[in-house]
Ligand binder design. Structure first.
Ligand code: CTP
Length: 413
């Protein structure tokens, strides 16, 4: 998650996260995890095993969470700490989870604070395995994981493929990056009706239309608004497909990312998926035109002369052309980036393209539009007055948009 996105916000804000840390080298990344969760507004209680403390000190967690790190089952606080933690937790996440921890948790052992807390909670539990790839592949480790997943309904998050401890090469066994674990924690906290189990389709980013083999027509869209919407819909429990033009952003966690380059490719990808989508969000900044004729060779200064004209042809209007394929009862959301008469133009697009909701903004206003982490938008719909939102981060705008979509899904269900 970018640093700008680390502000108190849903679904983490005000929620209680118990972060179990067991003894693996990936424990150093858990300090970052604890820091990010705290910045997202969560109350984080770090619980370290004795082995975890060989890798990282309780003081590090205290420094980033502002709360004492917990290490002792028999705490001086008297009352049963594990019962209090188990009751207060909105979610428990064990990261990293070693092979030894998995074995103890699978057997219901109560020999340290984190394992005992797991027995005392009804909160969702996430387990993020991290170990050497041969250990991870061991049948007993796999059997323990299967037991935690199938019998206890723990969510197994990762591991990823990649560099293992120094000298150990690469393989499956690496703990997921903290930002990905933060998203899984967000989903455990944020799953809600009517998104759980629904299909959401999002278009995002610019499209690129080739002028010759090395040049293209494009625009300044970063994809950030669409990616934030896709990620937020996944956190609410949806099954999300994101059709994206070229973007440097990380693929959102849990989301099925379909990469395309041109408007025609984006149209075809939308057309294939839209019939089964309960919600479609058209956040892409699609290039309206492409070169009328493809060129196999680079345009050369010497042969083109001082003035070059390129003839352009209109691209498909994806939202309009796929309108007839939308699932009955589904909700369609459009965007309108304007430079003048914003509301008037936006209202026309709302009707012309058959959107249920339209998110309008002014490209010339500071803090809104392309290449900035914030947006100031007005929400339009056919059946209510325009609603102006304050300057918000794109992540916050995504939540506001999804709230309006949720209200429509509930009434149409
Ligand atoms: N859109 C689309 N396909 C296009 C162009 C736009 O699906 N070829 C969608 C956008 O994703 C957005 C909405 O239509 O949700 C409005 O896009 P915008 O670029 O603001 O409008 P245009 O229809 O391109 O109109 P204009 O450029 O004249 O403002």
């Amino acid at each position: 998650m970018s640093d700008q996105a680390l502000i108190p916000r849903r679904p983490w804000n005000g929620r209680h996260v118990v972060l179990g840390v067991t003894g693996g080298i990936a424990a150093y990344k858990s300090v970052q995890l604890a820091r990010d969760l705290t910045r997202l507004g969560a109350v984080v209680d770090a619980v370290l095993t004795a082995s975890a403390q060989k890798f990282v000190a309780p003081m590090s967690f205290q420094g980033v969470t502002g709360r004492p790190a917990l290490t002792d089952l028999f705490s001086p606080e008297g009352g049963a700490l594990h019962i209090r933690l188990g009751r207060e937790a909105d979610v428990i996440c064990v990261a990293p989870a070693t092979a030894d921890f998995l074995a103890r948790a699978a057997h219901g052992r109560a020999d340290d604070l984190i394992c005992t807390t797991l027995l005392a909670t009804r909160a969702p539990v996430l387990v993020c395995p991290a170990m050497n790839d041969r250990m991870f592949a061991h049948p007993q480790v796999q059997a323990n994981l299967a037991h935690l997943r199938d019998r206890l309904r723990y969510r197994i998050v990762g591991p990823a493929e990649g560099a293992l401890a120094v000298g150990e090469g690469e393989g499956p066994g690496r703990m997921l990056d903290p930002w990905r674990i933060e998203e899984h924690i967000g989903r455990a906290l944020g799953e809600e009706q009517p998104f759980a189990g629904r299909s959401v389709l999002v278009t995002a980013g610019p499209t690129r239309e080739a002028l010759d083999p090395v040049r293209y027509l494009g625009n300044r869209s970063s994809g950030r608004m669409g990616y934030a919407l896709a990620q937020a819909a996944w956190r609410r429990g949806a099954k999300v497909s994101l059709i994206s033009g070229p973007s440097h952003l990380n693929s959102p966690e849990g989301v099925d990312l379909v990469r395309v380059e041109t408007a025609v490719e984006m149209h075809d990808a939308v057309s294939a998926l839209i019939p089964s989508a309960d919600v479609t969000v058209f956040a892409a900044a699609v290039a309206d035109f492409r070169a009328a004729e493809g060129r196999d060779q680079k345009m050369k200064r010497g042969t083109e002369g001082p003035e070059v004209s390129i003839s352009l042809t209109a691209n498909p209007d994806i939202a309009s052309e796929t309108r007839g394929q939308r699932k009955p009862g589904s909700v369609a959301v459009g965007f309108a980036l304007e430079t003048e008469d914003v509301l008037e133009h936006a209202a026309k697009k709302l009707h012309a393209k058959g959107f249920d909701l339209l998110v309008a903004n002014d490209a010339l206003e500071s803090g809104a539009g392309f290449e900035v982490p914030t947006n100031r938008v007005t929400l339009l719909s056919a059946d209510s007055a325009p609603e102006e939102l304050p300057l918000l981060t794109k992540e916050e705008v995504a939540e506001e948009v999804l709230d309006r979509v949720a209200a429509r899904l509930t009434t149409s269900a």
